[in-house]
Write a protein that binds this ligand. Structure first.
Ligand SMILES: Nc1ncnc2c1ncn2[C@@H]1O[C@H](COP(=O)(O)OP(=O)(O)O)[C@@H](O)[C@H]1O
Ligand SMILES: [Mg+2]
Length: 316
């Protein structure tokens, strides 16, 4: 079955003062309809850039994005409109994506208005969406500043769902919320997935959340995918040294398996001047000579489990 989303060899560099940042470097992955693919990595690893490339908010330098059988870069006019409807995004900051001068109802109804829906249809669908995300229909008349961050993120989720998208891209949807609210919003996203059969690209810096929420996980480091595997394999058998460090930073509840959290050694390298070869080598406890010379390719080390690390390359 052709996946809903296929990202092939996509790269994006930004020109900045003092040179270039290669934010996303030769990234490939796919998302099957109905699945959740999680992307995890520290701040600055290129996650948001990747999301923006998928949604064609920015153009890649190389590579292609195929969504629902169509090359995203070639979409024009009505085709582009349909594509935009099919992919929606929930951003980190719940305040950044609502119009503060418009009541919640207007914010949710706006995409429908643009699509030419009637007044009554918009009102009914808005009430239904508010209900779906655990808010009250009366919230339609509130203004954004009258809602909490968690409520506003529910509004953003409702708005993302108005046009019945095939793919919802969530870019750190919990990061700006209070700890106590994060689980509620995560549960809402999970319930909606079950109820509506949603497909998510779910981005987070929190490996715990990604592992819990996703079917498949991509671990990214400075614009590279370093590991790609089913979520259940991530805990059971992490392969990349970076993934192991990320996992060890999560305290285990089981005292028998609790290990000393391994801190990431060294400074994070400057994205302006990333290390040669493997970009993780300057912080890797197992770095070898070859790691400075050659960039490790992402290779399948076990069925469905790929890793980009010289430790796992077959030597001839
Ligand atoms: N518009 C831009 N111009 C210049 N540099 C950018 C731009 N967007 C992102 N970057 C750089 O690209 C890298 C990846 O950023 P980003 O995709 O936001 O990472 P993440 O979402 O994982 O934190 C960072 O080094 C960031 O500074
Ligand atoms: Mg980001």
């Amino acid at each position: 079955m052709e996946p809903l989303l296929r990202v092939s060899d996509v790269s994006k560099r930004f020109k900045v003062r003092g040179g270039h940042v290669s934010a996303v470097d030769d990234v490939s992955f796919y998302v099957q309809a109905g699945d959740t693919v999680g992307i995890v990595g520290e701040s600055g690893s290129g996650k948001s850039t990747l999301a923006r490339l998928v949604l064609r908010l920015i153009e890649p330098d190389t590579g292609e994005v195929v969504f629902d059988g169509k090359n995203v870069a070639e979409a024009r006019g009505a085709g582009l409109k349909e594509l935009r409807r099919g992919m929606q995004m929930v951003f980190q900051d719940p305040y950044s994506s609502v119009n503060p001068r418009m009541p919640i109802g207007g914010n949710i109804g706006f995409p429908m208005k643009v699509q030419g829906f009637g007044k009554r249809e918009i009102r009914d669908r808005t009430a239904d969406l508010l209900d779906q995300v655990g808010l009250h229909p009366n919230h339609a008349s509130y203004y954004p500043h009258q809602l909490s961050g968690g409520q506003l993120q529910r509004v953003n989720i409702a708005r993302a769902l108005t046009m019945e998208p095939k793919l919802v891209v969530c870019d750190e949807p919990l990061s700006a919320l209070d700890k106590s609210i994060q689980a509620q919003v995560l549960n809402l996203l999970r319930d909606l997935r079950e109820r509506l059969g949603l497909t998510y690209l779910f981005i987070s810096h929190d490996l715990n959340v990604v592992e819990y929420f996703s079917d498949h996980v991509l671990v990214v480091y400075l614009g590279h995918v370093v590991e790609s595997c089913p979520a259940k394999d991530l805990y059971r058998e992490p392969l990349h040294p970076y993934t192991k460090v990320l996992l060890s930073a999560i305290p285990s509840v089981d005292p028998d398996t609790r290990t000393e959290a391994q801190a990431l050694g060294g400074e994070p390298p400057s994205p302006l001047d990333p290390p040669s070869g493997c970009r993780f080598r300057t912080r890797c406890p197992l770095a070898m000579d070859i790691c400075a010379r050659e960039k490790p390719a992402l290779r399948e080390a076990a069925t469905g489990h790929s890793v980009a690390c010289h430790l796992f390359e077959e030597r001839v």
